[in-house]
Design a protein around this ligand. Structure first.
Ligand code: NAD
Length: 544
């Protein structure tokens, strides 16, 4: 930072952290030799936000808006975050899902400036020296992907880098973690996406995915290098393929400070939604059945956390598991099946095998259907109507991303349940008006959870991320849903309140870290003020 402070002239204008564009004051222009390099009029940050917003809204596609925003982030980070923070509901869907998915699909074609660290197989043995090239030495949050399962879009290889970049933007925008503490990483072990392999503009190495001991050794080297160079960093595994995601989480969660947002973050946000939905249904969690469509990272992660919460409510693990039913691509997950991956076996109950979703609904009679299958439209009209026949307030969570993969639309959910559905989606849907009644769909966005978890971990310097922290985060989020939110049909607070929500989640997580003896930072007398003081505020400051 000291060296950066000595920047002058054009170099200063090209430094995204220090650059203030036309907001450099007269005095700064003199001292830093900016005279003549900037237009004469000095603007306030608000004026620059207005200008950026006008340019942004003039673009005619969300992908173009994404490109504009990334360019702004590369040019003037404070202006980027001020703009995003002031317009969260409008811009989160651009810098994250659904637009980021489209951006990753086109990444090699829209690529401008690199951000983050790329590690490929050829770098084995050199990972620590690669990480040393990162210009900031106090890294506290690392988001890492190997690009194998980007959102619901599959294997995008190194083009998946848009995800760690976007996710870390949300750590800052929604959680207030200083962007200089954040490091996006892509580990390029190849891709099995033939289209990318034959695309000359693909940014990764042009070979198929490597698995087995070579893969494991590279991941291990990476984790150890992060530990050595950035010992206080939280490592967030992101969008790894199913098998590796579960394996890596199991391998590292008790060794380092790591979590997987697709598994645990999703679980927390959905559990918070179920807690809030309980304020409509007035039924305890364990007195209902849940039918998950999709038995992957998201689905089994949610069920595992739900089971933990039911156990806290006094239920046995067995009884809690019996409430959770799964369907995968083949059909109902039942104990007579011999083709089940390990993470599904614990939810395989004795029942005859069923392949038809409607028959599953008839058999399980769930209070909630939770769609994490990536199969658009699987919540058909008949399924939604049937859910409304045996539930006063059917819980319909269509969580697959992006919007095109959603198990049903918000409109279908409300229309076919006579407006009684408690609906949440993964990607945003606009409000729906039916027979003059307005319904505000909830978005079960992980952005409600991971920034707050990150902030709590950073503030307490926790050495681990535990289930108790994840449960505390879910409860803290549910507690932020007001009666007014519920009256509008919302089971999550509006994104506009996210900074306050993240602070409460951070407080709950940090408290757990201290109570569990995992915090390396000394416990402050006023934890909330301590966390609040660490929150990044994207306002320009005067350098002289
Ligand atoms: P995954 O690949 O690990 O799992 C997908 C699962 O869906 C697999 O078990 C597969 O067998 C199953 N499936 C496929 N076709 C099916 C069908 N016809 N019926 C039932 N199941 C079927 O993926 P994941 O990480 O679990 O994510 C799944 C989806 O959930 C993605 O679209 C992702 O974007 C979304 N998601 C949403 C949120 C959120 O809203 N907060 C968070 C995480 C993931």
């Amino acid at each position: 930072m000291f060296e950066r402070r000595n920047l002058r002239g054009v170099q200063l204008l090209h430094d995204p952290i220090l650059n203030k564009g036309t907001s450099f004051t007269e005095k700064e222009r003199d001292v830093f030799r900016l005279r003549g390099l900037l237009p004469p009029r000095v603007n306030s940050q608000e004026q620059q936000v207005a200008r950026a917003l006008e340019s942004l809204r003039r673009k005619d596609s969300d992908l173009e808006r994404y490109i504009f925003l990334i360019a702004l982030q590369d040019r003037d980070e404070k202006l980027f975050y001020r703009l995003v923070l002031d317009h969260l509901e409008e811009l989160v869907p651009i810098i994250y899902t659904p637009t980021v998915g489209r951006a990753c699909q086109e990444y090699g074609h829209i690529f401008r400036r690199p951000r983050g660290i790329f590690i490929s197989l050829e770098d084995a043995g050199e990972v620590a020296s690669l990480l040393c090239n990162w210009p900031y030495k106090d890294v506290r949050v690392v988001v890492v992907t190997d690009g194998e399962r980007i959102l619901g879009l599959g294997d995008l290889g190194a083009d998946g880098m848009g995800i760690p970049v976007g996710k870390l933007s949300l750590y800052t925008a929604c959680g207030g973690i200083d962007p200089q503490l954040c490091l996006p990483v892509t580990i390029d072990v190849g891709t099995n996406n033939e289209e990318l392999l034959s695309d000359p503009l693909y940014i990764g190495r042009g070979h198929h995915r490597v698995r087995g001991p070579i893969y494991d050794a590279l991941i291990k080297e990476f984790i150890e290098a992060v530990q050595g160079l950035f010992p206080r960093a939280l490592i967030q595994f992101e969008d790894f393929g199913n098998k590796n995601a579960f394996r890596l989480l199991a391998e590292y969660r008790n060794k380092v400070c790591a979590f997987n947002d697709d598994i645990q973050g999703t679980a927390a946000v959905v559990l918070a939604g179920l807690h809030a939905a309980g304020r409509f249904t007035r039924k305890p969690l364990a007195e209902q059945r849940y039918l998950f469509f999709g038995a992957g990272e998201a689905g089994t992660g949610i069920a595992d956390l739900l089971v933990e919460e039911m156990k806290n409510g006094g239920w046995s693990e067995k009884a809690a598991r019996r409430c959770c039913w799964f369907a995968d691509s083949k059909g109902l997950v039942v104990s007579s099946r011999h083709d089940l991956a390990e993470h599904k076996v614990r939810y395989a109950h004795p029942h005859s095998f069923l392949a038809d979703p409607l028959c599953m609904i008839e058999a399980v009679r769930p209070a909630a259907i939770i769609g994490v299958s990536g199969q658009p439209g699987i919540f058909s009209e008949r399924i939604l109507k049937r859910m409304a026949e045996f539930n006063e307030r059917p819980i319909i969570f269509a969580l697959s991303n992006p919007t095109s993969k959603s198990e049903c639309t918000a409109e279908a959910a409300y229309r076919f349940t006579e407006g009684r559905a408690i609906f949440a989606s993964g990607s945003p849907f606009d409000p729906v008006v039916l027979d003059g009644r307005k319904f505000v769909p909830s978005q079960g966005n992980n952005a409600y959870i991971f920034p707050g978890i990150g902030l709590g971990i950073v503030a307490s310097e926790s050495r681990r991320v535990t289930d108790r922290m994840i449960l505390a985060a879910a409860r803290a989020l549910a507690a932020e849903v007001t009666e007014t939110d519920l009256a509008e049909g919302r089971i999550y607070p509006p994104l506009a309140r996210i900074r306050g929500v993240s602070l409460k989640i951070a407080l709950a997580v940090a408290n757990e870290a201290y109570d569990q003896g995992l915090a390396a930072a000394p416990r402050p007398s006023d934890l909330e003020s301590h966390i609040r003081a660490q929150v990044f505020v994207p306002a320009y400051t005067n350098y002289v």
